[in-house]
Design a protein. Structure first.
Length: 310
């Protein structure tokens, strides 16, 4: 385990925001800590696993332990239960006007190929996946016909040569990066002159799950709209499109500062993001406690007439 400071502010005052979360969706609650920077409001896991430990998780046991997919048969069976169209169409709709059949897309953390496969098959885009899981790489190539670089993003960057792309996709990937600022600068080098960066991450200021199931042990950062915009700005990007109609997720398109399109206004800006985030999580936790206590009281109230008539 390693201790880190705020990526945006450096050494700064922090407060503990959560001491619990999950590793596997629907799995048991485990103990690990997320803190919030009192200056900028960035939420991050601290302490956290080191780089080698994280690489082992993603390369060797991510699919098996996190998604219970131990082999190709299990992966193919899983894909039959997933509506690829719903996921792909929603993202494709958001990318409308920015992606077409001539677009060269790099899908980082492409997984089983659901999103990249849809963009390739339905829009004709030229998609290359980057995926550390060997099983995921094999399955996505076989099912969706897109080439996949089997390895980490760092390994791809070391071997990419001079390749550039019109769109880099980080769909529920950016929150896993332990070093987001260098990664953003590397993404900028991957993009063509008018290239765009697509990011979707969970929203720490609006989530449906119980608070103990929102915090994920492999999400090293948890972003609000303001902190995502702030870290992108530090990494050399401006946000040019927000999906303000999507709850529980932050979905954006970003471009380098030199891109001709103007930056979009930040939705729901707050004077103090740290205080807003702390209040939201406290209120969320208090409501969940009240609901948990209220259930047995409501059950007793329903039984009261039976007791009084006996």
């Amino acid at each position: 385990m390693e201790y880190v400071t705020c990526t945006m502010c450096g050494p700064s005052k922090t407060a503990v925001l959560s001491r619990k979360g999950i590793f596997k969706k629907g799995g048991p609650v485990i103990r690990f800590q997320n803190v919030i920077c009192k200056s900028c409001g960035l939420v991050y896991r601290n302490p956290r696993p080191g780089t080698l430990e994280l690489d082992d998780l993603y390369n060797k046991i991510y699919l098996e332990k996190r998604h219970s997919l131990a082999n190709e048969e299990a992966a193919f069976a899983f894909l039959k239960t997933v509506n690829q169209k719903n996921k792909g169409e929603q993202v494709a709709e958001f990318l409308k006007g920015a992606v077409d059949g001539q677009t060269r897309i790099l899908d980082v953390g492409s997984g089983l190929g659901l999103l990249g496969g849809f963009l390739h098959q339905k829009l004709g885009a030229d998609v290359l996946g980057v995926e550390p899981s060997e099983l995921s790489s094999r399955v996505s190539e076989r099912v969706y016909g897109i080439p996949v670089f089997h390895g980490t993003f760092d390994a791809f960057l070391a071997k990419r040569g001079g390749r550039v792309f019109d769109c880099v996709i980080l769909h529920h990937v950016f929150e896993h990066f332990g070093d987001p600022l260098p990664k953003l600068r590397e993404c900028a080098e991957l993009l063509s002159e008018r290239g765009i960066l697509y990011i979707e991450v969970p929203n720490v200021l609006d989530f449906k799950k119980p608070i103990s199931h929102f915090f994920d042990s492999l999400h090293l950062y948890n972003y609000s709209p303001a902190t995502l915009a702030g870290i992108l700005r530090l990494g050399g990007f401006k946000i040019i499109r927000w999906n303000t109609g999507k709850r529980y997720r932050i979905q954006i398109l970003a471009a380098r500062f030199s891109h001709p399109q103007q930056a979009a206004s930040l939705p729901g800006a707050s004077a103090n993001v740290a205080d807003q985030t702390i209040r939201y999580c406290r209120r969320k936790r208090a409501l969940e406690i009240a609901q948990a206590l209220g259930a047995p009281l409501r059950a007793l109230a329903r039984m009261a007439p039976r007791f009084s008539s006996s």
